[in-house]
Design a protein around this ligand. Structure first.
Ligand SMILES: Nc1ncnc2c1ncn2[C@@H]1O[C@H](COP(=O)(O)OP(=O)(O)O)[C@@H](O)[C@H]1O
Ligand SMILES: [Mg+2]
Length: 244
């Protein structure tokens, strides 16, 4: 479970997040939406304990991320927009990167078996020998998910996992995210711009506008939400649906 209470984050004089409170029950998937620069990535980084904040608390499974950062981080799987793979390592070594630090005494044979099992879960069986430059965008994202999953995280944080992917690849990745949750019970937060994706995967939508949480509720209520930024997004998605 993720519990954010009264979080305010400033960069210099500017408040990038203002009094944000949000709870994600264990095993739920919550989507964070909002205009660019609204503070979505900053919120994920605060939850991951990657950046400090001045006001409020963030707890992951009851552990305060600011007090025991390393402990909290062990339970977190991070999938960032860029995938951030090491270009000089093949898929298997990318997937094993964090695992080897966690299990320094695991035999090479065991490491390979674990990596192969995780690659199979993300639909990348037998690709361990490939270099990142040989992968499609969707495959890179899957390697990013595999690298997080191998650490058996209780919480998965995805920052725009499908941005830049075509609709078919997006659909496949959405299915993977739901599958990961179903299989591992990971509490999941996903930053996304794609309303179709969000309606497919999320139990709840949270909308951040200029650092404030202006909506937090089930997808059904989101379409009717009155905030102008949400109405604009919903209207745009409707217009696009008619175009197709
Ligand atoms: N390290 C930083 N230093 C100063 N300002 C930052 C930093 N990181 C993000 N910001 C600012 O905080 C605001 C929110 O950024 P971000 O969380 O990346 O938004 P989003 O992910 O919703 O697009 C932006 O105005 C951005 O310029
Ligand atoms: Mg962002």
């Amino acid at each position: 479970m993720i519990s954010v209470r009264g979080l305010t984050k400033r960069f210099g004089e500017r408040s990038v997040l203002r009094d944000v409170s949000i709870e994600v029950p264990k095993g739920h998937i919550v989507a964070i939406m909002g205009s660019s620069g609204g503070g979505k990535t900053t919120l994920l980084k605060c939850i991951a304990g990657l950046i400090p904040f001045e006001v409020g608390t963030v707890e992951v499974d009851g552990v305060d991320v600011q007090r025991t950062t390393d402990e909290a981080r062990r339970h977190l799987g991070l999938v960032f927009q860029s995938s951030a793979l090491f270009d000089y390592l093949n898929v298997m070594d990318n997937v094993l990167f964090g695992y080897r630090r966690r299990h320094p005494r695991a035999s090479l044979k065991d490491q390979r078996a674990v990596a192969e099992a995780i690659l199979e879960q993300v639909g990348l069986s037998g690709t361990g020998h490939l270099m990142p430059s040989e992968l499609s965008g969707g495959m890179r994202k899957r390697v990013g998910v595999a690298r997080a999953l191998i650490l058996e995280p209780a919480v998965m944080l995805y920052d725009e996992p499908t941005t830049g992917l075509d609709p078919v690849t997006t659909y496949a990745l959405d299915s993977l995210i739901v599958d990961v949750r179903d299989r591992t019970g990971a509490t999941s937060l996903i930053v996304s711009h794609d309303l179709t994706s969000v309606f497919r995967v999320a139990d709840r939508i949270a909308f951040l506008h200029a650092g404030e949480l202006v909506f937090d509720g089930p997808p059904a209520g989101f379409r009717e939400a009155e905030h102008p930024a949400i109405a604009e997004l919903v209207g745009k998605a409707r217009a696009e649906a008619f175009d197709e």
